[in-house]
Design a protein around this ligand. Structure first.
Ligand code: ATP
Ligand code: MG
Length: 571
């Protein structure tokens, strides 16, 4: 392809609204353009990368025995009513009405549609197992669309759904998909890790996320420094601490009130009382379905709402507003504490029981209590694992210290069990002629997010550095001083030869200064650059630059083809 003919609108300056490097570079390199918040157009280079990622996924899914289908993006509300998700999914679901005022949504995921298809078409165990997938645009009205392709409101996903006759077979399918995902992410060239995850809105009993390790990731991953345990912090189990026992408070000092004028936050109170956050106890009030509960965690810990939701067995969980706090605690927000919270359930994280004595809010303006002891000064109904893991917590498997890394979730596999098949009465006849619900699994990959994640892991100050498997082109041929006839002819000959060999090559034929061409080449991130210049040419040489290492080698012109064929093959 000729550069001058391709639509590659590069930008010289950094776009001001792009916060992370992948977003900045894709805009600057003319890969994508923004249409509205979380909505992007893919331009020719961006689309080439997207197709490469899709193709790798397709090949691996087909090899694993899955079959490609294409389900509609527009889905009738009736199907979602059957599983209860029309109400549950909340504002993230993009809802639309047709001309007859009937409700539809733009699919954020396809469990309902696929389960409906299978219940209508599959009657017998002889038709199982089945694993169907699609690569398609999904719609989610994300509360904070950001970071370009990383968190869009419209994005490309690969989603697969498996149907098995029993749990054993479903587990084997799940394991097969887990291994397929390992192969996909390896081929895409990502440094990733599979971690235990929460099954979230989709539900089900077991799930793993595939995380790309990167500072800009929105997820925290807890992994053991000794064994191979790794989990999303949302999910990482925390054990009851060794010190878990009701503190012996016989001879402990009595609780007393201290003035803390205007000090509400943990930081403010700690600074004022000259204490560490570990000496404080935070009290948070939540509205859980239709009841109010108080949750206690140590000052340096964060409540994990997923664990709390599981513990309480509720679907809706939100922090109580100021008015509710006032009504329940009879004090202003910011000074809440567990003393005298008589009529509501009080839950505390395991670590609270190991605190000797704590500073707590006194439910009065500008006041805290010190020397407060659980069981003596206030009641705790339930102790449970209710917080996010932090660095240094004990691994639930081997008790070694956990470390925390940032990660970008690029894939997610779920064991769904019979959650959807039961809700939608999707069943088949087994060997004994008995009616049984399908055992399902579902498997997602963020196709467009992979592009962003790949750049987060592969870039330098000059631009993108694509892994060759998903690069828009493998080689860029750059003639300099192209007014010299010989230079242009030699460059064209190399371009033609490489293209003939099936090496995807971009020919930089623009009438630009050499500096501009080099800068743009580095920005676009094509793995190999072949620079054809007069001086080298006189000696029968061209310069070959490896974009990743920056290494430049002069090689004889007639060896370029073989050299690059070899390079493209082994990367
Ligand atoms: P997240 O926690 O990041 O919102 P999710 O758990 O909601 O992700 P899934 O429902 O498992 O995501 O979707 C499958 C995959 O689709 C995810 O692993 C992720 O790679 C991708 N994905 C999800 N939401 C978005 C989005 N808003 N923009 C781009 N990709 C997304
Ligand atoms: Mg999400």
């Amino acid at each position: 392809m000729y550069f001058s003919k391709l639509f590659i609108p590069t930008l010289r300056d950094n776009p001001s609204d792009a916060e992370i490097v992948s977003h900045r570079l894709m805009l600057r390199g003319g890969y994508i353009r923004k249409v509205a918040a979380g909505i992007y157009s893919f331009l020719p280079l961006g689309l080439r990368v997207l197709y490469k990622v899709e193709q790798i996924i397709r090949e691996e899914m087909n090899t694993a025995g899955a079959q490609e289908v294409r389900l509609p993006a527009l889905q009738p509300s009736e199907l979602w009513e059957e599983t209860g998700r029309w109400a549950q999914y909340g504002k993230e679901l993009m809802r639309v009405k047709d001309r007859h005022n009937r409700d539809f949504c733009l699919g954020p995921t396809h469990e309902e549609v696929i389960t409906d298809l299978i219940r209508n078409e599959v009657r017998s165990y002889k038709q199982l197992p089945l694993n169907l997938y699609q690569i398609q645009t999904k719609f989610r009205d994300e509360i904070r669309p950001r970071f370009g392709l990383m968190r869009g409101r419209e994005f490309v996903m690969k989603d697969a759904y498996s149907f098995d006759a029993d749990i054993e077979e479903a587990k084997a399918t799940y394991q097969g998909m887990y291994e397929t995902y390992q192969r996909i992410f390896k081929r895409v060239g990502l440094d990733f890790r599979a971690v235990e995850a929460d099954a979230g809105m989709i539900g089900g009993s077991s799930s793993h996320e595939f995380m790309v390790l990167a500072e800009t990731g929105e997820d925290d991953i807890a992994s053991c420094s000794l064994c191979d345990y790794a989990a999303n912090v949302e999910r990482a189990e925390l054990l009851q601490l060794e010190g878990f026992k009701k503190t012996d408070h016989e001879e402990a000092e009595a609780m007393c009130a201290v003035t803390t004028p205007g000090k509400k936050s943990v930081e403010e109170v700690c600074e004022f009382l000259k204490l560490e956050a570990t000496a404080l106890l935070k009290t948070l009030l939540f509205l859980a379905d239709d009841r109010i509960v108080a949750v206690l965690v140590r000052g340096d810990h964060e409540v994990n709402e997923i664990k709390l939701r599981h513990q309480l067995a509720v679907t809706e969980l939100v922090l109580a507003d100021k008015e509710t706090v006032k009504r329940v605690t009879k004090g202003p927000s910011g000074y809440s504490g567990p003393v005298a919270l008589k009529d509501i359930e009080i839950l505390a994280d395991y670590s609270v029981a190991a605190m000797p004595a704590a500073v707590i809010g006194a439910n009065q303006k500008d006041t805290h209590y010190i020397q407060a002891i659980a069981g003596r000064d206030f009641n705790v109904d339930t102790y449970a694992d209710l917080r996010n893991a932090v660095a240094g917590d004990s691994c639930p498997r081997c008790r070694e210290a956990l470390v925390i890394d940032r990660g970008i979730e690029v894939g997610h596999v779920f064991m769904l069990g019979t959650k959807y098949s039961e809700a939608m009465q999707a069943s088949f006849l087994d060997q004994n002629g008995k009616d049984k619900p399908f055992v399902m699994g579902c498997y997602g990959i963020g196709v467009s997010r992979i592009m962003a994640a790949a750049i987060e892991q592969n870039h330098d100050e000059r631009g993108m550095i694509w892994p060759i498997s998903i690069a828009p082109f493998a080689v860029e041929v750059i003639p300099v001083q192209e007014k010299k006839e010989a230079v242009l002819t030699a460059a064209k000959t190399i371009y033609t030869a490489l293209t003939k060999q099936g090496i995807e090559t971009l020919f930089e034929d623009r009438k630009e200064r050499a500096g501009v061409k080099f800068n743009d080449a580095d920005l676009l991130g094509i793995p190999f650059q072949v620079v054809v210049g007069q001086k080298n040419l006189e000696q029968g040489l061209v310069e070959l630059k490896d974009r990743r290492t920056g290494e430049k080698t002069c090689i004889p012109i007639d060896e370029v083809e073989a050299f690059l064929l070899e390079k493209c093959r082994c990367q």
